[in-house]
Design a protein around this ligand. Structure first.
Ligand SMILES: Cc1ncc(COP(=O)(O)O)c(C=O)c1O
Length: 387
């Protein structure tokens, strides 16, 4: 069968590789513990499930939704942004539903890139920032995130030619995979860069509700001028344990919202309206659950940081996200260390290099696993890898 050339442009999706490795081991009867994928292990809050139950019983939600989203959804997102971030959004023009941040990131590439155009993508970064531009016929231009700059993108390093063809700049704080929170001035710098280079900033706010040590993550849209040059994608997946629900909103610049909406009317038929109403319940009544989840991840973060330090890994505790990003010990690269951990401990961790060349020398551990299994994984790593 002949498939389109564009499929040849992208590497296999990172987690597909991991899944393959895990099943191969499991087929050999090995009890593999995966700390690879970030997918909350606790159920969606009851209040959200109940709201879905109620809304799904109303035949008014059963027909094709519109891509524009129900008024309740757009108003619910706008009220949440006002209460949580002090950001005022016009529900009529500045809010639109997205079927998860992943869909939204991908489709923004389709809406904004022509062949030869580029999207500036963090390296290391969430893989769709690079796969999206490639599938859309454009090019990702990698912008390094380094520990010595607190994982702020080095925009100065983008060449004049790449600035010229860049249409999108992807940012993401709290950050996957590094766990970094927004470094001081990063959003202001992005606004100035977008103005100077006529591009759209896309801030992926998938982890703003997962933070520790009293840290409150800001919205990009709190930055003066942000709405003129950018949008934010707010996902309910991680903060409200709703990865399976495919629920997010794109908010901000009205022109960008309209372009995305226009594109989407040709691609999908929107978000199930009962899910939209359940998302509103999450945003209105989910604060306590989100805080409780952050407390759970904070406790697990401490377990992992202590265990890694005990085996000689110099790790900095993150203030947000569900990930620990740590340097591999001397004598290894990312892939060889992760392979060693898999073979010796039957524990899956992600090689930093799979998030981009600047992830080389690091590995990522996800905290979305029950405490007992996490403790067992850490104990296995400790006994097989020394300490
Ligand atoms: C940075 C980032 N953006 C987006 C996503 C996907 O979010 P969603 O479930 O809303 O598609 C993830 C999931 O891991 C992520 O880490």
């Amino acid at each position: 069968m002949r498939h389109a050339q564009r499929l040849e442009r992208i590497p296999p999706y990172l987690f597909a590789e991991l899944e393959r490795k895990i099943s191969a081991k499991r087929e050999q009867g090995v009890d593999v513990i995966s700390l690879g994928i970030g997918d909350p292990d606790t159920p969606t809050p009851d209040v959200v499930v109940e709201a879905l139950r109620g809304a799904a019983g109303d035949p008014g939600t059963h027909q094709y939704p519109s891509n524009r989203g129900r008024a309740e959804f757009r108003e619910g997102v706008a009220s949440f942004y006002s209460r949580r971030f002090g950001v005022e959004l016009d529900p009529g023009t500045e809010v639109v539903p997205a079927l998860g941040a992943k869909e939204c990131v991908f489709n923004l590439n389709l809406a904004f890139l022509d062949p030869g155009d580029a999207a500036l993508a963090s390296d290391p970064g969430y893989p769709v920032y690079t796969g999206g531009p490639l599938l859309a016929g454009g090019d990702p231009v990698l912008v390094p995130l380094r520990p010595e700059r607190d994982f702020a993108p080095d925009l100065e390093a983008v060449s004049a030619a790449d600035r010229e063809r860049a249409r999108l700049l992807f940012l993401n704080y709290p950050n996957n995979p590094t766990g970094a929170v927004a470094p001081d001035g990063v959003f202001e710098e992005a606004v100035a860069f977008a103005r100077a280079n006529d591009l759209l900033v896309v801030h992926d706010a998938s982890y703003t509700e997962v933070t520790f040590d009293g840290y409150r993550a800001p919205s990009f849209l709190e930055t003066p001028g942000a709405k003129e040059v950018g949008v934010e994608i707010f996902s309910l997946s991680k903060g409200y344990n709703m990865t399976g629900w495919r629920t997010a909103a794109m908010v901000g610049n009205a022109e960008a919202v309209a372009s995305y909406w226009r594109l989407k009317t040709n691609i999908d038929s929107g978000m199930f309206e009962a899910v939209q109403l359940a998302a509103v319940a999450a945003l209105e009544q989910g604060d306590e659950v989100a805080h409780e989840m952050s407390r759970i991840y904070e406790r697990r973060r401490d377990l992992v940081v202590d265990a890694l330090r005990a085996i000689g890994v110099a790790v900095v505790p993150p203030r947000g996200t569900i990930y620990i990003w740590a340097p591999v010990p001397e004598g290894y690269d990312s892939a060889s260390y992760c392979e060693q951990v898999l073979q010796e401990s039957a524990v899956v961790i992600s090689p930093g290099s799979s998030y981009g060349p600047n992830g080389e020398g690091f590995f990522r551990i996800s905290l979305t696993i029950a405490d007992e299994r996490l403790e067992e994984a850490l104990e296995r790593m400790r006994s097989s890898l020394g300490g």
